[in-house]
Design a binder for this molecule. Structure first.
Ligand SMILES: [Mg+2]
Ligand SMILES: [Zn+2]
Length: 191
């Protein structure tokens, strides 16, 4: 593992499924708030990043919209509920960007970088040197590497790991078992 120097990190790009909430089985999607199960410590991890003055940005592929499984409004309802939950824990996401498209029809679906480019418009001081990507898919790590950012791979539950997990762990600068562990070990934010 290459490790990382976290002293320069100011912007944290988080994937959603498998990082904040329990991944659904492969091929299934969170289409309703009732299916959104927080992973232990994810809210606390975000609160710590907020308190440290880091900007926390969600970047999530939501192909379920293209598949007709849920609408933009339903997804935004889920994201509003995430923010409400976080607010009760003294935490917040500073921005949320999602890709609603299917494979190969856009420039924003990770591992492409369009979601990050949208963020750079809203946060012009964010750049490859002061940002890190934290995700549980090879596509998250690839997007981060493409941008020249540091990357942390979240090693998910064994039974919900996707193809490419081993490659993602190899490619990433660091690996952690959870978002809270990533924030403690790799961002140095211990309570
Ligand atoms: Mg994910
Ligand atoms: Zn897209």
């Amino acid at each position: 593992m290459k490790g990382m120097d976290h002293s320069l990190v100011r912007y944290v790009f988080l994937d959603r499924d498998g990082v904040l909430n329990r991944k659904m089985p492969e091929g299934a999607y969170v289409s309703d708030w009732a299916q959104f199960q927080w992973l232990a410590g994810a809210d606390e991890a975000i609160a710590r990043m907020n308190r440290a003055g880091l900007t926390v940005i969600l970047v999530t592929n939501q192909r379920g919209i293209a598949l007709g499984l849920y609408t933009h409004a339903q997804l935004e309802h889920i994201h509003a509920n995430i923010q409400r939950h976080l607010a009760r824990h003294g935490a917040r996401l500073d921005a949320v960007y999602y890709c609603p498209h299917n494979h190969g029809e856009c420039h924003c679906r990770k591992p492409d970088i369009g979601l990050f480019e949208q963020a750079f418009k809203q946060f012009p001081q964010a750049n490859a040197q002061n940002s890190v990507v934290i995700g549980d898919s090879l596509s998250d790590i690839r997007a981060g590497r493409r941008l020249g950012m540091k990357t942390v791979f979240i090693q998910g539950e064994a039974d919900r790991q996707k193809a490419g997990s081993a490659a993602a762990a190899e490619l990433a600068d660091a690996v952690a078992g959870s978002l809270l562990q990533a924030v403690e070990i790799h961002l140095g934010l211990v309570a």
